[in-house]
Design a binder for this molecule. Structure first.
Ligand code: 5GP
Length: 115
């Protein structure tokens, strides 16, 4: 396991507000959310892509800039500081009590979907 914050979260050495976990993936609330429910989905095995700089983006719904109503992911290279995706990132701070409540809610919703 790579020695990163996410590696430590996966191994349980750093706590998180977990919303989903299986053998391959851990999903948990971002500690500095851009909006309520901002979740990180992390493969347990650290991946090496070979590509240095790029963004992966999925837009869902017209207000989130989805134009084509068929699920798709954008892979957008960032070859220099100019081209590629421009991201606004107005981060807040995750309140621990609110985080616990929210993670429980999302876990319950995921269990409901799984049935
Ligand atoms: P990146 O900038 O690598 O795309 O995203 C990393 C994300 O991890 C950031 O949005 C940041 O808020 C989040 N993050 C960093 N450290 C921690 C942590 O210790 N716990 C949690 N839950 N999220 C973290």
């Amino acid at each position: 396991m790579a020695d990163t914050i996410f590696g430590k979260i996966i191994s349980g050495h750093i706590p998180c507000h977990r919303v989903y976990e299986d053998d391959r993936v851990l999903a948990f609330l971002d500690i500095n959310p851009l909006s309520v429910g901002h979740t990180l989905v992390v493969p347990k095995e650290p991946a090496v892509t070979g590509t240095r700089d790029y963004n992966v983006l999925e837009n869902n719904g017209a207000p989130a800039h989805q134009a084509i109503a068929h699920v798709h992911f954008h892979i957008i290279p960032k070859p220099n500081g100019q081209e590629g995706l421009v991201v606004g990132w107005p981060a807040g701070a995750l309140d621990p009590a609110r985080g616990q409540e929210l993670a429980e809610k999302i876990r319950a919703a995921l269990l409901h979907i799984g049935k």
